[in-house]
Design a protein around this ligand. Sequence first.
Ligand SMILES: Nc1ncnc2c1ncn2[C@@H]1O[C@H](COP(=O)(O)OP(=O)(O)OP(=O)(O)O)[C@@H](O)[C@H]1O
Ligand SMILES: [Mg+2]
Length: 410
Amino acid sequence: MVATGPRSTNASRARTGSATIVAVSAEAHRKPRKQGLEHFIKFVRDLPEPTPRALFRQLEEHGYRGQDAARRAVCLMAYRHVRRIKRIYIDGVDRTELPRKSNFLLAGPTGSGKTFLVEALFQKILRIPTALVDITTYSETGYVGQDPSTILTRLLHAADDNPMLAAIGVVCLDELDKIASGQNNAIFAGAGTTKDVTGMGVQRELLKMLETSEVVVPLELGHATYADHVVMSTADIAFVACGAFSGFHQIARRRSAREALGFGREPLSGADPDAIAVGFTAEQVENVANFQAYGFLPELIARFTRIVPFQALDAATLKDILRADVVQRMIREFKAEGFALDIDDGVLDYIVAAALRKETGARGLAASLTRQLEDVAFESFGAEAPSDGAGTGPTVRVRVVAGELDVSLS
Ligand SMILES: Nc1ncnc2c1ncn2[C@@H]1O[C@H](COP(=O)(O)OP(=O)(O)OP(=O)(O)O)[C@@H](O)[C@H]1O
Ligand SMILES: [Mg+2]
């Protein structure tokens, strides 16, 4: 009926060498859960299977702009993930006959839409169980900080505590660049040897998780007793790591006088869709060495089947995001308070120019506009409802006057 592969979901099937680990304790059944195999099969059968192209467009509907090359690569990965899952669990195809699962590393400047892409694509559009974990909060087992094995606990929670569903999910390892080991004095000048403990330790534990292996996962995030564990296979879990890797350019440049290195280079044209599934290209191997210089275990970086470079968003894209997302949101909020909000086009350029100067990407856009409107919002909101939604309330005008933003109420 269904090829379940090496997954272990109950005690009798736990194969972890010593056979002393209780895979699912009574504790696991405490909560009423949609646990059954039928639920799982139905979930997989009902998983939407839009084409990579359709996913690309749907992202636009969720407000995603620009980043075309990266977006194409990640949409294709998402499509492949769903296809692979369906082939294994619905068609009963053996894993060995299928392409290996994908682990992606998204690297690029801050505020360029890495985390947003993972959230929108996997969580909102595909609705696959997705755990977004900030990897900086983890440290090597036994040290202060969360134990890396609880990364999969989060995925379990995202999957309504159903281990079968969790085992086809997606784990986003956010801020991966922050666990670079301190051995590299080029970026952590003077940090010397003290930083190694957490960085390298977590990297080593991730190594186990990223390759196909069985991991003993605590059922709860807090103090788990010995029995409260489940054994999960990571054979079908897709890992997507994100990182800004600041300072990477310098390292790459220093390592090779030749240019066209690192994530600043133009990515290969997307002409050959298969190029994504096969291993590293020559430049990517070179990248691995750069990542090593940055403070990563080369074998950890090698576990990523594809390193996707993200570009800094340009002025036109930032303006588009501002207009389509931030401004619309603000207009709605003011309308709910009984005000019309009129924002001049020049204001958008002004805010975009500031964002480019600060190099914060799309991140600061909303904050910047909000700050400008704070005073008038403070004075006016909730005072006495100027109009009850009839649309003829007072108007808040924002424009640029003599190089400064000017907010007036009329
Ligand atoms: N390409 C984009 N299209 C639309 N909005 C974007 C885009 N990139 C960023 N944004 C906006 O900026 C916010 C921050 O982006 P995001 O969290 O994805 O940055 P990041 O690339 O993960 O940066 P960091 O490396 O600092 O984590 C998003 O929540 C979103 O509102
Ligand atoms: Mg991020």
